[in-house]
Ligand binder design. Structure first.
Ligand code: 5GP
Length: 116
């Protein structure tokens, strides 16, 4: 039996509303529901084949490069082009959704803080 779709797959399918800021054939990006910075956007590969960035990097480095390029595009369009990119990997590291995603944090971030 297959797993139920992730919350992000349900956003991609428009079953759950989200403030979508970017979409391509392979990637979607939307505002985090609980922002931790003035700009806090999630960049999500549409496939849920990869649970975390380690799996994504091993299996499809080109798609990981698209995630990074999308982060830069979003930071440039919605902030000053500077950003912090976070991939929580594992529940002890704060990962709650096991469908790989990058947190793009921008705006003025606290010096010396990880932002979370
Ligand atoms: P993680 O903790 O796995 O690194 O990140 C998951 C992120 O997804 C969290 O920052 C959380 O606020 C966000 N999130 C969870 N559910 C939803 C939702 O339904 N809509 C949006 N926009 N973000 C969500």
């Amino acid at each position: 039996m297959s797993n139920p779709p992730s919350i992000f797959t349900r956003i991609i399918a428009r079953e759950i509303p989200a403030d979508i800021v970017f979409e391509s054939d392979s990637i979607i990006a939307f505002r985090d529901i609980a922002p931790k910075a003035p700009l806090h956007i999630l960049v999500v590969p549409k496939t849920e084949a990869y649970r975390n960035v380690t799996e994504l990097a091993a299996a499809d480095p080109g798609l990981l490069a698209e995630v990074v390029a999308t982060a830069q595009l979003i930071a440039s369009e919605h902030s000053d082009g500077q950003y912090r990119l976070i991939f929580n990997t594992g529940d002890n590291a704060g990962q709650t959704v096991f469908h790989v995603h990058a947190h793009v944090l921008g705006g003025t971030l606290t010096e010396g803080s990880l932002g979370f």
